[in-house]
Design a protein around this ligand. Structure first.
Ligand SMILES: Cc1cc2nc3c(=O)[nH]c(=O)nc-3n(C[C@H](O)[C@H](O)[C@H](O)COP(=O)(O)O)c2cc1C
Length: 175
């Protein structure tokens, strides 16, 4: 996409954090499209691309989400929400759909960060209660399973990236 300011990938990886406080600020349709473009470039098992995305960009609707979906408290300050879903009808390798949708979710988080936006991954599936209320609220068809709910907005907090490198977790050639 032309004219988009982005950061280098390793820098984005090393500085992304979960943002739970947001300030007012629009997430533009172009930014949403870029994040979804990145999501759909994620690797998937057998290249099955089993994902579907529900974009909630009506800010008053976004901010009402915690009254229905208690686990998504951060949406009370967010500007946009993307729900990443798996479509059972698209699953050629059904065992792996969660990994596929997780890769798409991570791409959205990194793209958001690269655009200067804050984001938070709220896990939905396989928490059955979260998945059921999310599916009911979004009126999802039978074949569509909500996997993650991502809150996006102008960041209202700054976080340092801690050093999480643990050499003992690395096992060379064999355990
Ligand atoms: C599968 C998954 C589910 C998560 N669910 C939630 C959630 O429901 N609520 C929340 O506040 N954070 C949630 N998070 C964010 C994690 O708490 C966060 O990634 C972790 O604390 C590490 O912090 P960081 O993202 O800033 O590096 C989830 C993350 C993952 C990967």
């Amino acid at each position: 996409m032309k004219g988009v300011q982005t950061m280098e990938v390793i820098h984005a990886l090393k500085t992304r954090r979960s943002i739970r406080k947001f300030v007012d600020g629009a997430v533009t349709p172009e930014q949403v499209n870029l994040m979804l473009d990145c999501a759909m470039l994620a690797p998937s098992a057998g290249n099955q691309q089993p994902w579907e995305f529900v974009v909630i960009d009506d800010v008053s609707l976004v901010r009402s989400i915690p009254t229905v979906l208690g686990f998504a408290r951060a949406a009370a300050e967010g500007s946009c929400v993307i729900v990443v879903c798996g479509n059972k009808a698209l699953m050629k390798a059904p065992l792996f759909w969660q990994q596929d949708c997780s890769a798409a979710t991570q791409n959205i988080l990194l793209a958001a960060h690269s655009l200067g936006l804050g984001s938070l991954w709220c896990g939905v599936y396989p928490n059955e209660q979260r998945a059921a209320v999310t599916a009911e609220w979004l009126k999802l068809p039978e074949d569509i399973v909500p996997m993650s709910l991502i809150v996006i907005g102008a960041p209202g907090e700054e976080k340092e990236q801690p050093d999480r490198f643990i050499a003992e977790r690395i096992h060379k050639n064999t355990w």
